[in-house]
Design a protein around this ligand. Structure first.
Ligand SMILES: Nc1ncnc2c1ncn2[C@@H]1O[C@H](COP(=O)(O)OP(=O)(O)OP(=O)(O)O)[C@@H](O)[C@H]1O
Length: 308
């Protein structure tokens, strides 16, 4: 915790039973101001249940949830949002008034957010006619209206088009910077990396691991696609400094068998030269992060099995 960060909420030994069966089992986490925490895990691993508990909407079967102060301003955007009969503008206005916002501030905020999410042209239409993505935008705008100290988002990117995803991430970055604590469930790496989030991996209601985006990010490598070389030339390449791995792959367009080389970026030129010297052709070159990136942790069972 940096000097400026303060504890907002502490969850300890949280267990939630449904029909005697634990769907969350002994979960502990501390949420500090100005931080982002991503909950990741397979479908049914307990992310939504945990968010509803943090929001105070579900009671714990055992364990404790301790806010650092009595009236913490919490906003919550649930996973599903129904198409109500009222217009988005009306709904947002009502929600803002319920949370105690002043009319002037609220009207201003609604206009800004509807514009940012490109919903202004539809603001007076009944939400029964909205698409899934449009409803998700209203759901998110509702959670962004006030100035929450803790913002809980259940799969916020779900159903959003790309511009809306970027708008949301920029807004979340600003909120985090201004001290709001963010906790969100997510199946895509985009949010985790952009918000430099801590990562809480759930598996069947239990904490599998706690880490952060920085640790999960791989050092990028160069990936060179070349025509297949002779066995002798291939072996010589594998002995060069900077070699990481190689595999036979089929070319995306021609279907031809070729070789993909993963090499350290600093040695890329050497490898390109060797391929040409050995009679091969370079088909493409790109730099990207390696195999065990964040995507792998989006499917924690697989990772758990791999390291077991
Ligand atoms: N009201 C309920 N009654 C009984 N079981 C429930 C209830 N709500 C959730 N569960 C169960 O709790 C487990 C965790 O569900 P939860 O919705 O929290 O998972 P999730 O990680 O958010 O899943 P997803 O990625 O699909 O949204 C699941 O097995 C689910 O069936």
């Amino acid at each position: 915790m940096t000097l400026q960060q303060q504890q907002l909420l502490h969850l300890s030994g949280a267990t939630k039973l449904y029909n005697g069966h634990p769907v969350l089992n002994d979960i502990s986490m501390t949420i500090n101001t100005g931080t982002a925490t991503a909950l990741i895990g397979r479908n049914g691993s307990g992310k939504s249940t945990l968010l509803a508990i943090l929001a105070g909407l579900l009671k714990l079967s055992s364990g404790s949830l301790l806010p650092a102060k009595p009236k913490l301003r919490i906003s919550y955007a649930p996973e599903a949002f129904p198409g109500l009969r009222m217009s988005a503008e009306e709904y947002l206005y009502n929600m803002g008034r319920i949370s105690g916002m002043s009319t002037a501030l609220l009207e201003n905020k609604i206009v800004q957010l509807l514009e940012a999410f490109q919903l202004s042209p539809f603001r007076k239409q009944a939400m029964t006619g909205y698409s899934k993505g449009m409803l998700q935008k209203v759901n998110l705008i509702q959670s962004l209206l006030g100035e929450p100290e803790l913002l809980l988002l259940d799969e916020p990117l779900s159903g959003l088009d790309l511009p809306a995803q970027h708008t949301l991430i920029e807004l979340l970055k600003e909120l985090k910077h201004s001290g709001t604590a963010l906790v969100f469930s997510v199946h895509e790496p985009l949010c985790v990396e952009a918000l430099d989030a801590g990562v809480h991996v759930l598996q069947a209601g239990r904490t599998l691991m706690i880490t952060d985006a920085g640790k999960l990010r791989d050092k990028p490598s160069s990936y060179i696609l070349s025509t297949a070389l002779s066995q002798q030339a291939h072996t010589a390449m594998t002995e060069l400094t900077g070699y990481i791995s190689s595999q036979y792959v089929h070319h995306r367009y021609t279907g031809e068998e070729c070789m993909e080389w993963e090499v350290e970026i600093a040695w890329t030129d050497e490898f390109l030269r060797h391929i040409l010297d050995m009679g091969g052709s370079v088909l493409s070159l790109e730099q990207r992060s390696g195999k065990s990136g964040l995507e792998q942790w989006m499917d924690p069972k697989q990772s758990g099995e791999a390291t077991a």
